[in-house]
Design a protein around this ligand. Sequence first.
Ligand code: ZN
Length: 425
Amino acid sequence: MIQSAWHLWRQLRAERWPLSRLRALQLEGLERLVRTAHEQVPFYRSLFDAAGVGPRDIRELDDVRKLPLVDKAMMRAAPESERVTRTLGRAAETVRISTSGSSGTPFEFLIDRSYDVWRKAQCLRPYVTNGRLPGQRVLRLTRYAEGPGSRSARAGIFPERRVSSVAPPEEMLAALRAYRPHDVQGYPSALRLLAVEARRSRAPIPRVRRIFSDSERLSPDTRDLLESVFGAPVVDVYGSWEADNVAYECRWGRGMHVALDSVIAEVVEEDRPAPVGAEGELVLTVLHNRFMPFIRYRTGDLARWLPESCPCGRTFPLLQLLGGRRYDMIRRADGAEVSAMALVGSFAALAGSVDEFRIVQKTATGFLVEVVPAADHPVAAIERRVKDLVAAQIPGATTEVEVVSRIPRTEGGKLLPFSSRVQCP
Ligand SMILES: [Zn+2]
């Protein structure tokens, strides 16, 4: 905890370091990462060899572009032992991270303790830099409402109350009234339900200092609604399981500041860097995860660099996220809508047995789940598991499971893990 606090202090300072200093640090981190990956991680060794690049080709930051792009499918296809740094692999104390992937592909990877400590600080930075002080209460609308919660919450440094993002909106509002949080934090779809319920109730609501949204695209109309109902600024945070919180707004709301001390971020269009202002895919190199490196990792999220610097004085450059991660809502029989995040998130339990999945709501309680089973995994067991997962989130649901060889992508090339065919009332 003390180490994380030290990292956090350093990270808050790094936001305002001169760009030259940040870029020098990034180059140093990249050189170290590429050397380690080339010498000790078979997955990268063979990729680099095939592309004819190696540590000696990295002399300046832009040389990152000489390295091949990787994506989740490539990493999943390689055995875990091939993706681990060999010398660290034997001795390191590790943490396993499982994700449903907001893209609909379950995925697991490992991090070591030293990166875990950095990551915990990185996770807190967007909130602390936007004014959250130790002791201030946070109401979180999250799919992880159960479980022990973060260490800083348990220690009472950043106390929090968690409510399921699929809880009835009345329950969310009751928690807001009872807990009187300084900050409210959650998926935009869940925050929206809370705001609509607060407005519907007509009774005064406790004053909130800040609203933090994450994990889904925050649409301008949701932002306006939240700001008008709660009378507090909305701060959007971008993170992923692979890289944690790497971009976040400040109070000026001009775009998201990209954490140059944690990642090298690129916006790539057809394998080339997109010019400032032009749209492309966000590609990340995670600088501090040397145990199971992510180098030029395609996020599947669309973004563009913004040309201006921010009046707040932070030197971290500004990025605009253009969506990608959008979920439909689950439409219940009573007409209420709940976020599909929890349902999609619970499919993380299928990591290893399912390559891809897609959930389609056909009627109020009828669901179709398409799955692409991983090689050699018995289909009957997957079917049972899928039905249990849906029933755990939506009591009374009936689920058809269809085994398919491929999940079709949207026009934008995305795998949409959830969609609903139930019409809005
Ligand atoms: Zn700013």
